[in-house]
Ligand binder design. Structure first.
Ligand code: FAD
Length: 429
């Protein structure tokens, strides 16, 4: 029997691809889907902030097309960066035109200097060093350093760079010059286009996976895993025997539940993360956001790091004549903010930035904490992961998904993790 802990996209994909073998998904919530669920309130549909599907791998494309033929449309990104009162297209590094001249100068000179600098390699390269050597200090100071600090709640010098390869595009010299002169660079970066459901929120994807096969038990909260006895303990006392275990629940929490793993549990203290406070708003006015899909806010005095507009992806996610927004605020792990004050600061920030008008009537407010939100990459994580994942596999435990594998990944990877773990489990038995 294969026990799969967690029924988010990774766990559901694993179950779907193992459906011919005895298995069970144990999910603590009352519905599967994890971070890819969609919440409904007063006719608005909110994902857990933006959940836009980026598909490149033929296996993931085939899976989504088979589960939900024609349910998604491909959309070209309309994303902006707003800083120092100026709005420029995203990615920032390729669209500097319009920023104060001294900022553009710093960014261009820093980029040129980076062309001469040796490319850093090795595991212990900090994010700060990587940015300075790859994009230049000007771009770091103007955008990436303050943005990453708000998102991860960690100084760039205290993070490693082993998460950046796919997520931070490096322009060519020609692209950076074009961008500084105001010639638009289209289509850069992993999210230049994305898929979003024609009808409904991203929750249709896990719902289709769950319906396509797989044994799922909701309301089954795992509280203990005995690696020696190969038993999972649920809240309420039930115990379930397994032969192989797939873990998609957050790794630090999983390590805290493990019995019989020697000192593995102690590695949990090496793993750090940030929390995302997501404020969803339904507003009685069409067109809030001016057509943008989302806007990044690197400036430290703005309380949020990004604001997105679901009604710009799809008109099926809100009642006619309204708009919806998600506001993302980074919190440090363990921080216990005054949620009312957080919400009030976010609303004031939206008005200051001209996104909301004083007269706007807010129909729905819904604040959710995503904890964990983002894994923080540092040397302590590198050392712990080099030990933990092999030790777990030796004990018949396969840790996958964004939080099981404790990494920075996205929905396509979660689907692929499920496909790949099914192949490995078949090969191992
Ligand atoms: C703010 C934010 C924005 C994002 N935007 C995008 C995007 O635009 N595009 C994209 O591709 N990806 C995006 N992602 C990433 C995407 O959400 C994840 O890659 C994907 O959903 C991870 O799926 P998962 O199954 O690995 O984890 P999860 O969805 O977290 O699933 C884990 C499951 O385990 C369950 N669980 C936890 N503890 C227990 C327990 N003790 N017992 C039983 N069950 C338990 C949880 O309830 C959950 O259902 C975003 C992530 C965040 C945080």
């Amino acid at each position: 029997m294969i026990a799969i802990l967690g029924g988010g996209l990774a766990g559901l994909s694993a179950a779907h691809h193992l459906r011919e073998r005895p298995h069970v998904v144990l999910e603590s919530e009352d519905a599967p889907g994890g971070l890819c669920r969609t919440r409904e309130a007063e006719g608005f549909r909110f994902d857990y902030t933006g959940h836009l599907l980026h598909l490149r791998d033929p296996r993931a494309i085939a899976l989504v097309d088979e589960l939900l033929p024609d349910a998604f449309r491909v959309i070209e990104r309309r994303a902006w960066v707003r800083t120092r009162g100026v709005t420029v297209p995203f990615p920032f590094q390729a669209n500097l035109h319009g920023l104060p001249p001294e900022v553009v100068e710093d960014c261009l000179v820093g980029f040129m200097e980076s062309l001469e600098a040796p490319r850093p390699d090795g595991e212990d390269v900090s994010f700060e060093t990587w940015v300075r050597a790859t994009l230049g200090s000007g771009i770091g100071k103007a955008f990436l350093f303050p943005y990453a600090t708000k998102l991860f709640r960690r100084a760039p010098s205290r993070m490693t760079a082993d998460w950046v390869s796919w997520s931070v595009p490096r322009p060519t010299p020609r692209e950076i010059v074009r961008g500084a002169l105001g010639i638009r660079n289209e289509g850069m970066g992993y999210n230049a286009t994305f898929r979003y459901p024609v009808r409904g929120g991203i929750g249709i994807l896990p719902a289709a996976l769950a319906a396509a096969g797989g044994t799922i038990r909701c309301g089954a909260r795992v509280v203990e895993v005995d690696l020696g006895a190969r038993e999972v303990g649920l809240a309420g006392g039930e115990r379930i025997r397994y032969d192989q275990l797939v873990v998609t629940v957050p790794l630090p929490a999983f390590l805290g539940m493990v019995r019989g793993g020697g000192d593995l549990a102690a590695e949990a203290v090496s793993l750090d993360w940030s929390v995302v406070a997501c404020l969803n708003l339904g507003v009685e006015r069409p067109g809030v956001g001016g057509g943008a899909h989302w806007i990044y806010f690197p400036d430290p005095d703005v309380p949020f790091y990004r604001v997105g507009f679901p009604t710009a992806f799809s008109d099926s996610v809100a009642p006619p004549g309204t708009s919806s927004l998600y506001v993302e605020i980074g919190l440090a792990r363990g921080e216990t903010p005054d949620l009312e004050a957080l919400e009030a600061a976010a609303l004031a920030g939206l008005r200051r930035e001209g996104i909301l008008e004083e007269s706007d009537r807010i129909l729905v407010r819904d604040l959710v904490l995503l904890d964990p939100g983002y894994v923080v990459f540092d040397r302590a994580r590198q050392r712990a992961m080099a030990r933990v994942l092999p030790a777990l596999e030796a004990a018949g435990v396969y840790a996958i998904g964004r939080y099981g594998a404790w990494t920075y990944s996205y929905m396509e990877r979660a689907l692929l993790d499920g496909i790949e773990v099914a192949e490995r489990l078949r090969a191992a038995s």
